[in-house]
Structures are given as structure tokens and as C-alpha cells.
Design a binder for this molecule. Sequence first.
Ligand code: ATP
Length: 214
Amino acid sequence: MKPLAIFGGTFDPIHIGHLSVAWEAAELLDAEVRLMPASVPPHRLPPTASAEQRVNMLRAALSGQTRLTLDTRELDRSGPSYTIDTLHEFRREFGDRPLVLLLGADAFAGLRSWYRWRDLFEVTHIGVLNRPGVEACIPVELERAVAPRRTEDLNIIRAQPAGRVVELMATPLEVSATRIRELLAAGRDPRYLLPAGLFDDSALLAPYRESFGH
Ligand code: ATP
């Protein structure tokens, strides 16, 4: 069965780094990939753009293809979203279908701070996407937990519903939403770091330009 891969994030804003690694993960895993914006990220400052604005940017970014889709379930729920709860919901919905939680290397290195992180392996595989330019040193406790779960065999990921960790070697792109927000706030135009649908519609980027000129 084709795996379902879930790529969560704040997407504040979505950029070509997100899209490119999500696309390559879809190809490597032969999976459908859902981009899933987070509402109240438990471990970070609130996003600059509202949930609605981030969804509008995602919709614009994803138009014209069907391999990457949008899943707004965490925004439709009130209060903080814990990934473990969301994944249980996916599991109920999709039965034994392989689920793969996609995490950039930086997010994976911080996994120990996630609520009930050890339980994630009961429900999902984890696909770790390489990401250049970030400190992604894996703490010993995390490596000890994941070492027996590591595999390089994508057939295993497709044959089992959950429980393995695979490194997905995507083309390295050193792009971050933080950098894009900084450029926009400084009045710059980082158009080729953004999906075309975003720079064609200047209203979508207005939340990041507001500090410019004040
Ligand atoms: P910010 O700069 O605001 O922290 P971000 O660019 O890291 O944002 P997020 O929405 O926080 O984007 O990231 C969602 C997921 O995408 C995370 O797992 C993150 O590691 C991954 N990710 C983001 N950018 C890249 C990239 N250029 N290459 C690989 N993974 C990435």
C-alpha cells in the first residue's frame, strides 16, 4: 500500500525548501505527502501570519499538482496540537497503511522535547530529511532509542505500518522561513525562495512586510 507521509510545520511562510524536500520524499517513498500546518505550536513562538493566511499561502503553493496535498486538521481543532494525538487520528482513519512522519534533521534532533515522543514509533515511521546549515546533533538518548529502528530499506517502510526510522536524502537547500521573514521585513523581495504562487499575489506576503517602513 502506498505510504501516507505527513509533513507538519508552521509554514510561516511555506518556501521552496519545504516543497522540494516534500516532493523528493514523495518520490523516494512513492507516497502521498500531506502538508499539515500547526495551529499553536507547543514549543515555539506564535507564527507571524495567522492560520488562515498560512493556509492561503499553502493553497497557492500547492496548486497545479496532486502529489502534495494540504491537511488542515490541526487548525480545525481548538487548543494545542500534539503530534502523537494527530497521528493516532490518522491511524484510526487509515488502518494499517504505512504512515511516515517527515521531519527535517533539525526537528528530528529535538524530538525528545515532544510530548510522548517514544510513543510515536507505535503509530508511525519517521523519515528524516537532511537539512543543510542547521545544527542537528542527535542526543545520545535519542540515538539509543532510534538505533534499532533505523533502516535504509524503503521496502520495509512500505511493508510495515510503523516503527522504523529512515534517512531521506533530499537535495540540500539552505532555505528557512526565518530568513525569508527577515528579508521581507527589511523590504527585500526573496521571490525565488518562495513558490511562484506566493510572489504573484502580494497580499499573501503582506503579514511579513508590515514592519517595513514603520
Ligand atoms: P523557521 O525558520 O520559522 O523555524 P522553517 O523554515 O524551519 O521555519 P518550519 O515550518 O518550522 O520551517 O518547518 C517544518 C518542517 O520542515 C521541519 O521539520 C523542518 O525541519 C523542515 N524544513 C524546513 N526547511 C527545510 C529545508 N530547507 N530542508 C529540509 N527540511 C526543512
